[in-house]
Write a protein that binds this ligand. Structure first.
Ligand code: ASP
Length: 608
């Protein structure tokens, strides 16, 4: 039954035949995408990664061949030899690029059979995701997945070329290494030769890339897998890919320029011309205007409208006059029903005890002057939704907001961030009405990039009751804030920056500490004893002592960039073999228990 390829050579791909090829002989190889049996005529759509061509088997022309074609089933792998023919005008298929021609078969070889797959690549309705992941090889045959993986390839190559052409070297760093601190749990690999010792899979190549700067490589990049054992959300994977880079002697804007360059290249291969430089905003501004360190600028910023109220107004509304009164405006939502207004209440987080005014009409009735000023200050149109978030009489203590710089005081910060979260929730809820999230084909509208700068150096870790590095402990503080390291950690700004697109963080980076004495100070400020610092990062502290050039860099999430460009709604759509939310690979069925013998060799005992 199974036939060999013999001396057959594929001459064409299934998606590339055109009218100009009519009259030519062609050898196509691919999968049976679909068969239609009209009795005397049998139509087979043959598919490869380039597309589909229709093959015709005519009983009158060649009864034996027609009979053989009758054996074909979905997803059989075949070679079809025939002549390309212009279709009759009434049979032209405008939906596919090869729709003007068909292949009149003269010979057929069945290269392999297939069991009836659990679902077909051409099915209009997708099976559930579990099925797709278990039979990923079938799922990947689908046109949409083929397109996503091709796009990923093109983006990766474009980024590589862009960086390489600027003198960046792609240098590999180890996967079996020691714990690197990016704030997540490590995946561990037990050592057989040294029982009881473990390697950690890198959460990022952070220390290695810094050491490459010490080693004189000047400009490094790597499109690299990182491993973080975190609780998974829809947009997280335990292993994911970063575009990681590091440079010697850069100012932050030099790093931004490089990133803007490769993002332009990546967006270009996806068909979008984006403009650089991206706008910039300090962390403080981002919090004040958007209540978030990753502002989504597709909707209007928030406005502090405290000044619209008189002291008596504030008092009768029980608003704390010392805290901001934030107006959130969502365009074109129109008037809300009472029920809709009630639905807003639970959307406000209780953190920091904020007050909510979701009934602007009522406010307008009782405080017409203030309401008019609010409309004016926030440039509201008549059908815009306006919701106010204000500080309560007694703001609750919330030390976890630590790391907030003095310009945005702790309690102000709580009001802004509560308002920021509500703004996003409202934006999601009413996306059909404001329409700002819909792409219109204009990159300046569809892709709102932003650099957020001047992050706080530290944030308060509630659990550990101590200051933690907001980015990572190798980030350089602002020179002017050095003296506050011990006395006022919350006020220390970092030379750290994030690249943000449409309210998602694409990546983070910083200028690093290049002096050993300062690195020690930071470890100390983070509550690490000399001993602890030496045992965890001794090798790095030592390396810093051998002539370390000033350096800095960044890492961006490749999966997320591809996801956005593919207009996919999950990272799993752009990763060939992803894991589920429970970190399981359903196709290979990993993780699994291992044999007693393997465990014994590693000196590991599993608690039952
Ligand atoms: N290693 C950092 C991260 O993975 C990025 C950087 O600072 O370059 O977030």
């Amino acid at each position: 039954m199974l036939d060999f390829l013999g001396d057959l050579r594929r001459t064409h791909t299934c998606g590339a035949l055109r009218l100009a090829d009519a009259g030519q002989k062609a050898v196509l190889m691919g999968w049976v995408n679909r068969r239609r049996d009209l009795g005397n005529l049998l139509f087979i759509d043959i598919r490869d990664r380039t597309g589909i061509t229709q093959i015709v088997f005519d009983r009158d022309g060649n009864p034996a061949l027609h009979k053989k074609a009758g054996e074909l089933r979905n997803e059989y792998v075949i070679a079809a030899i025939g002549t390309v023919k212009k279709r009759d005008p009434n049979t032209i298929n405008k939906n596919i690029p090869t729709g003007e021609i068909e292949l009149i078969a003269q010979e057929l070889r069945i290269l392999n059979e297939s069991r009836q797959p659990p679902f077909l690549p051409g099915d209009a309705v997708l099976p559930n995701e579990e099925m797709r992941l278990k039979y990923r090889y079938i799922d990947l045959r689908r046109e949409a997945m083929q397109r996503n993986i091709e796009l990923r390839h093109k983006i990766t190559i474009a980024i590589r070329e862009c960086l390489s052409s600027q003198g960046f070297f792609e240098i590999e760093t180890p996967f079996m290494t020691r714990s690197t601190p990016e704030g997540a749990r490590d995946y561990l690999v037990p050592s057989r030769v040294q029982p009881g010792s473990f390697y950690a899979l890198p959460q990022s190549p952070q220390l290695f890339k810094q050491i490459l700067m010490i080693s004189g490589f000047d400009k490094y990049f790597q499109i690299v897998r990182c491993f973080r054992d975190e609780d998974l959300r829809a947009d997280r994977q335990p292993e994911f890919t970063q575009i990681d880079l590091e440079m010697s002697y850069p100012q932050p804007h030099r790093v931004w320029e490089v990133v803007e360059g490769f993002l332009k290249a990546a967006f270009k291969v996806a068909g979008y011309g984006i403009k650089a430089p991206f706008p910039r905003m300090t962390y403080d501004e981002a919090i004040r205007l958007y209540g978030s360190d990753k502002p989504d600028m597709r909707l209007p910023a928030m406005t502090d409208v405290r000044g619209a109220f008189t002291a008596e107004n504030l008092q009768s509304l029980a608003i704390n006059p010392k805290l901001p009164v934030v107006a959130i405006r969502i365009p074109r939502v129109g008037e809300l029903s009472r029920k809709e207004r009630d639905e807003i209440k639970p959307m406000l987080t209780a953190r920091g005890n904020p007050k909510l005014f979701e009934d602007f009409k009522r406010l307008e009735k009782n405080f017409p002057d203030a309401a008019a000023k609010i409309r004016e200050k926030s440039s509201a149109e008549s059908d815009d939704l306006i919701v106010l978030v204000a500080g309560n009489g007694k703001p609750a203590e919330h030390k976890s907001e630590g790391g907030v710089k003095p310009e945005v005081k702790q309690h102000d910060h709580a009001v802004y961030t509560a308002a920021g979260l509500l703004r996003l929730a409202l934006a999601q809820k009413y996306s059909d009405r404001h329409g700002a999230f819909k792409r219109i084909g204009d990159p300046a509208h569809d892709f709102r990039f932003l650099w957020v700068t001047d992050f706080p150096m530290f944030e308060w870790d509630e659990e550990g009751q101590r200051w933690a590095a907001a980015h990572h402990p190798f980030t350089s503080p602002h020179e002017h804030d050095m003296d506050k390291l011990e006395s006022d950690p919350a006020a220390v700004r970092a030379l750290a920056y994030d690249c943000v697109l449409n309210g998602t963080e694409l990546g983070s980076g910083s200028i690093r500490i290049h002096r050993q004495d300062i690195q020690r100070k930071i470890f100390h400020a983070l509550g690490m004893t000399e001993e602890e610092a030496r045992s965890r990062f001794g090798f790095f502290l030592e390396a810093l002592e051998y002539g370390t050039p000033p350096h800095g860099g960044i890492a961006l999430g490749l999966d997320r960039i591809v996801m956005i460009l593919a207009e996919a709604d999950s990272l799993r759509e752009v990763i060939p073999f992803p894991k589920t939310a429970r970190a399981v690979d359903l196709m290979v069925d990993a993780p699994t228990p291992v044999s007693e013998a393997q465990l014994k060799e590693l000196g590991i005992q599993v608690k039952k």
